[in-house]
Design a protein around this ligand. Structure first.
Ligand code: SAM
Length: 236
């Protein structure tokens, strides 16, 4: 008897296995994973591994595109919906930013304002991600910025700008400017801890007194990310 798994294409196979593992829970995230082609975001030569549930190297940069299970966990925990303004620290390939854009903007390719801002410190990856995001049709929805995301974007702004913040690199603590730039009731996801292991933290900004806010933190799970390097992070 032929098993269902072998009859599915690699992407459908991966999606089924993420569901079986209980990681992929919502139709919203499933739809985004189906729509965005991971093969368009992996480094040239890695297309055949695009639907392996593994992080893959991004050329000689020493950085990686995160594993699909990690991307899925963060997307689910972010509780995304249409119209949210999102900041991502650590663009890498641009894959996660495109998935976020697909969710927060129903007709992403037609919308004229960048709902997703993603910041990357490695110039080579900024270029790579810009090309990938454009090819996927999200150049108007996703703004790729070069810089140190540990200071937020715009850097060192005290304005509450974002509904959601994703940090896709391991930080020693939650960078203060990221906390400041989160809107009330906003959610930040950030791996915090020493290298190479961290704890994925989900924190919601709650008002504890008039115009006084605090992060209500939840520890989700042990994770392994490359380090967040910057002024308000690990020193390079
Ligand atoms: N989200 C990415 C994707 O979808 O491909 C994967 C991110 S990769 C695991 C982490 C990225 O964070 C690396 O590309 C690294 O250069 C970047 N990074 C590390 N420190 C940073 C900082 N302070 N500001 C911006 N990017 C940073």
């Amino acid at each position: 008897m032929v098993s269902v798994e072998t009859t599915l294409d690699p992407k459908a196979n991966l999606i089924e296995s993420l569901k079986r593992e209980g990681l992929l829970k919502s139709k919203t995230v499933e739809q985004a994973l189906l729509s965005i082609r991971r093969e368009d975001f992996v480094w040239p030569g890695y297309g055949g591994s695009a639907y392996f549930d593994e992080p893959l190297p991004l050329g000689d940069t020493g950085q990686t595109i995160s594993a699909p299970h990690m991307v899925t966990i963060m997307l689910e925990e972010a509780e995304l919906c249409q119209g949210l303004k999102v900041l991502e620290i650590g663009t890498g390939s641009g894959y996660n930013a495109a998935l976020i854009a697909e969710i927060v903007s129903k007709r992403a390719k037609e919308i004229d304002q960048p709902l997703v801002v993603t910041i990357e410190r490695n110039a080579k990856l900024v270029q790579f991600a810009k090309e990938n995001v454009k090819r996927a049709g999200f150049e108007k929805t996703v703004q790729v910025v070069e810089g140190d995301g540990s200071l937020g974007y715009p850097q060192e702004s005290n304005e509450m700008i974002y509904d959601r913040i994703f940090v896709t690199a391991g930080a020693p603590f939650i960078p203060p400017f990221l906390e400041k730039q989160l809107k009330p009731e906003g959610i930040i996801l950030v791996p915090v801890g020493e290298m190479p292991y961290q704890t994925l933290i989900k924190a919601k900004k709650v008002e504890i007194a008039r115009k006084k806010y605090e992060l209500k933190k939840q520890k989700l799970m042990g994770v392994m990310f490359v380090p967040l390097l910057g002024e308000s992070a690990y020193q390079s």
